[in-house]
Design a protein around this ligand. Sequence first.
Ligand SMILES: [Zn+2]
Length: 194
Amino acid sequence: MTRQKLAVVTLWMAAAGICFAQPIAISVHLVDQYGAPKSVAAAARKNAAHILEAAGVKIDWQDAATPGGLTLNIVARRTVPTQGDALGYALIKPGSGNGCDCAYLLYPAIEQSASAWRADVQTVLGVAMAHEIGHILLDSNQHSASGVMKADLANAQIAKASQGGLIFTAEQAATVRLQIARRHPGSVARPTEK
Ligand SMILES: [Zn+2]
């Protein structure tokens, strides 16, 4: 997105009353088809939520699919002939906004990467969740040179994630928030209680 486009997006959001100070909520249904340890899945959800929080997005984890929400599936292997990322893939139709709004996390690949990077599985799984959610909400399979949407996530991104420093770029965050607002007009969440 160019600076001009970002300015237009920011103005649109201001006109729509979407304030960056308030998080905007998106519902995410997590389906564990693989059977990952519950503690790992729970910690990964928190890690993914922290990355999205930095972009001004609050994840509302749901026990069932909801209209306008996303679905993340933890699976053993790739089940559709798509390239995707090494750790997962999102099924989207770039530009249409009419994808299935679902993504898949390849648990064995995530476990292997975590072992190779000497990282926690929950950290790598959380980063992969945030990355694939990013693909859906950015409505694109494109990657960026740095941050959570980097093409080949590696040690450096995982280390940053464990320190809370892995983020969406400002432009990506603005686009993600805009896409959520388009799905759910009036979906600005109440400030999180602390
Ligand atoms: Zn990717």
